[in-house]
Design a protein around this ligand. Structure first.
Ligand code: CP3
Length: 351
């Protein structure tokens, strides 16, 4: 049963007693206990064992004291169901054995079958619904970010093949994006129906596009995902990933509740660019965590001071945690965010 709903209230722009905090990639390799589990099982093997996947999801809740859990999974998880054969390779990331290179590759993609192929994910969510006292965030990869893996075949810095398809063959591109949008919407709907209390759409690499290309080639598909989930009353988060500051003014049409910011745009500026329409989540540069505690707290204080100027703020990083991060420093940061914001709110300094 949820006893701490600060995160859900902040997503809805309601007032809170203290600022909620969670971290993207909070279940991961910075934690020695997670590394021990990874000596025995791969990421996909963990995901296929609901009890174990639930345990890994719960680890940062107990260790860090964060206000939300994020399902242990990966954005690649559902693509096997549409006919993509992949592995997550150590120190590389997702590697696709049958990358998408032609219109006929896209024609061959099947609709997702969550019940048949991904029941283990729904089972993990059901276990977590029983065990968690904080809300569970589930997630999916957004069409552009997923397409970048499916087309390149592995992580890329330039997205050369992805952009080649996008610019050269817009009809084929939109066909692929439409299929990936349908997949994400169907997958997230099943998660919500199984007990997820919020969903986040990860568009980690869409900031590589110019705003006019984003509007033409990507935005309609992101819009369609949130529109198709609009009957489900759970907070929805769009994270447009790294270097997405120039895209922010184009997001106001989305039927989402929260926008995730990376660290290149301040929280106030992020709010301004999105017309004050959304709650905001972010945005500490994860690599600030390599600094001494006083420096980390100084950065967190600046973010909190801006975030707390308006209701609807969730503290997070601007991107995922990295393996070298320190569990101790993360715990301290979580405590700092809680204490600092609670004192400030109870002193009536802010809303
Ligand atoms: O946030 C969490 O704690 C939940 C778990 C989670 C994972 N992947 C587990 C994972 C989440 C939310 C993701 C999302 C994801 N996966 C994204 C979007 C977020 C982002 O970082 O931009 C992306 C782009 C992926 C694709 C992916 N998966 C990459 C690029 C990699 C390699 C990264 C690396 O540093 O090796 C993965 C593997 C992966 N997914 C790991 C974890 C914990 C690390 C390797 C492992 O433990 O097996």
């Amino acid at each position: 049963m949820i006893t701490n709903d600060l995160f859900l209230r902040a997503c809805r722009g309601e007032s809170v007693e203290r600022v909620p905090v969670w971290y993207m990639r909070q279940a991961g390799r910075y934690d020695p206990d997670y590394r021990k589990i990874k000596e025995k099982y791969t990421l996909l093997e963990i995901c296929k064992q609901p009890e174990l996947a639930a345990e890994v999801t719960l680890m940062p809740i107990h260790k860090l004291g964060v206000d939300a859990a994020i399902l242990y999974s990966d954005i690649m998880n559902p693509v096997a169901s549409i006919g993509i054969d992949f592995d997550i390779v150590k120190d590389v990331g997702p590697v696709i054995h049958n990358p998408i290179r032609s219109a006929s590759d896209i024609e061959r993609l099947k609709p997702i079958d969550v019940e048949k192929d991904l029941s283990h994910v729904l089972d993990t969510i059901k276990i977590l619904e029983r065990e968690l006292t904080v809300p569970l965030i589930s997630f999916a990869g957004a069409p552009f970010t997923l397409a970048s893996y499916l087309i390149e075949g592995r992580p890329s810095k330039s997205y050369i093949r992805t952009k080649a398809l996008m610019y050269s063959d817009p009809n084929v591109w939109h066909n692929l994006m439409g299929k990936l949008a349908d997949m994400a919407a169907t997958y997230l709907r099943a998660h919500i129906q199984s007990g997820a209390k919020a969903v986040q759409l990860f568009d980690s690499w869409v900031g590589s596009l110019a705003p006019h290309d984003f509007k033409q080639f990507v935005l309609p598909h992101v819009e369609s995902i949130f529109a198709s989930l609009s009957d489900l009353d759970v907070p929805k988060i769009y994270f447009p990933g790294v270097s997405s500051g120039e895209l922010l003014p184009h997001l106001t049409s989305l039927q989402s509740d929260v926008i995730g910011l990376d660290w290149r745009v301040s929280v106030s500026e992020g709010r301004r660019r999105t017309g004050g329409k959304f709650a905001v989540q972010g945005n500490l540069d994860p690599y600030v965590l390599t600094a001494p505690s006083e420096v980390i707290h100084e950065h967190a204080r600046r973010i909190l001071d801006e975030g707390m100027q308006e209701p609807g703020f969730i503290f997070n990083l601007g991107h995922g945690l990295f393996p070298e991060a320190s569990l101790e420093k993360l715990k301290e940061l979580t405590e700092f965010v809680h204490t600092y914001s609670e004192n400030k709110i109870s002193a009536g300094v802010t809303s």
